[in-house]
Design a protein around this ligand. Structure first.
Ligand code: ASP
Length: 414
């Protein structure tokens, strides 16, 4: 008997997307917008909501555990401190720049993004708070409440504090670290289950979106995708070519040529972690010391996601516009801060950035249900953002390698 070829999740998602668009468009044409919206909202959207609920359910343990586990992978703070702080500062700085680029590009496109008539109760108010209150509210007064309320910034603070606690506690902290690593692995597996039902979620949400909006919504999705890719390209050209040139004296062309195989692998696999062996090989070929590449690259694959940050900013602006929400300066700053943190909390696996987008949306008060609008084409966003994430990690390895070589030469000359 001929063996049946299994379709990949990506293929199923595309099928869900196409079927959702087709069904939505047929209903829209056959019943008219109002009846089609009622029908899809009553019978299809609830299944989409189940999928979004599952995403929300997994995001809290995912953030808490993946950040702590990422910190443990740095090992003993003292030993790795020297390389560690340079690496982390580089990661944070490039990610913050990525967020700003994402916001600028998205705001330039904003005029062309649609306002949808999906919002259950007309206009959504952006969460308004002054910057000092926002900062104050990052620090929790209770260890459990933030987990219940899904207050992401507070959860990140909890993760950082416990992560430091474990590293400083030494031997006695080890069992906790082992437990967290194992819990993190289990959570990632549960996340993969959730992603497995995503084609059904995509189908249901997409048919609802298209039935209510008519097929014209598809042009808008193309537009938001274009905005994200413009952001990716600007960041690559501006930030990475400048950083390798200025900090490591390397020709950008040589760098891009060297890292190309890893970028292509990341583009197709949509996983920074899966791309690690290839990016390590590329960095070693470009002359990065082995101990530096084996420290910087895995850490980067866990916490450094510039492409993801750009995507989250663009998506947040797009979805805000879709529901008719006006974002002020405070919300823009909130988006930069949360997208930087959310990208740190994003696992280096396929689709993880879209799950963490929930955190950015919640921080500014955009209902997370609307992730459904762009979920269907997430793979297309993911390909570009993963390639960018991997190139970003490599650029850091090149710079840190140069700084360490310079420091060693200086020491030897003394
Ligand atoms: N797929 C991305 C990565 O592995 C993460 C994301 O979904 O943004 O880097």
């Amino acid at each position: 008997m001929k063996e049946k070829k299994k379709l990949s999740l990506g293929a199923w998602i595309m099928i869900g997307l196409a079927a959702g668009i087709a069904v939505g468009a047929i209903l829209w044409a056959a019943m008219g917008a109002e009846a089609a919206t009622d029908f899809t909202a009553s019978y299809l959207k609830p299944f989409g909501d189940i999928f979004v609920n599952l995403l929300k359910f997994i995001v809290v343990p995912l953030v808490l555990l993946s950040i702590m586990d990422g910190m443990f992978s740095m090992g003993d703070i003292g030993k790795v401190g020297k390389i560690g702080w340079k690496t982390v500062v580089y990661f944070l700085a490039t990610t913050a720049v990525a967020c700003v680029i994402g916001l600028v590009v998205a705001n330039l496109f904003k005029g062309n993004f649609p306002v949808l008539s999906l919002a259950e109760d007309a206009a959504y108010e952006a969460k308004e708070s002054d910057i000092m209150t926002t900062i104050k509210n990052i620090f929790p007064s209770n260890a459990v409440q933030p987990l219940i309320d899904a207050s992401m910034l507070q959860i990140i603070v909890i993760a950082l504090l416990f992560g430091c606690g474990v590293l400083v506690a030494g031997e006695k902290g080890k069992p906790f670290a082992t437990f967290v690593s194992s819990f993190n692995e289990v959570t990632q597996t549960v996340m993969s289950f959730v992603l497995r039902v995503s084609p059904i979620g995509v189908f249901c949400l997409m048919s609802w979106v298209v039935a209510a909006q008519g097929p014209k919504i598809l042009g808008s999705l193309g537009l938001v995708l274009l905005a994200a890719y413009i952001g990716y390209i600007i960041h690559t050209v501006l930030v990475y070519s400048m950083s390798v040139k200025v900090f490591a004296g390397m020709s950008p062309m040589k760098f891009f040529k060297g890292i190309l195989p890893a970028a292509v692998f990341a583009f197709t696999s949509t996983s920074s972690v899966a791309s690690l062996p290839v990016s390590k090989e590329c960095c070693d070929e470009m002359g990065v010391e082995k101990d530096i590449s084996s420290f910087v690259l895995p850490l980067g694959a866990t916490i450094n996601m510039d492409g993801t940050a750009i995507y989250q900013c663009v998506a947040a602006i797009f979805l805000a516009k879709c529901i008719g929400m006006e974002l002020g300066v405070t919300q823009m700053v909130t988006i930069v801060v949360t997208a930087t943190l959310a990208s740190i909390g994003t696992a280096g696996t396929s689709g993880a950035g879209m799950i963490m987008l929930a955190m950015v949306l919640e921080a500014v008060g955009i209902p997370t249900t609307y992730i459904g609008i762009i979920y269907g084409i997430d793979r297309l966003f993911d390909m570009g953002r993963t390639a960018l994430n991997v190139v970003g990690d490599a650029s850091c390895a090149i710079c840190v390698n140069h700084w360490e070589a310079k420091a060693a030469a200086k020491k030897a000359a003394k």
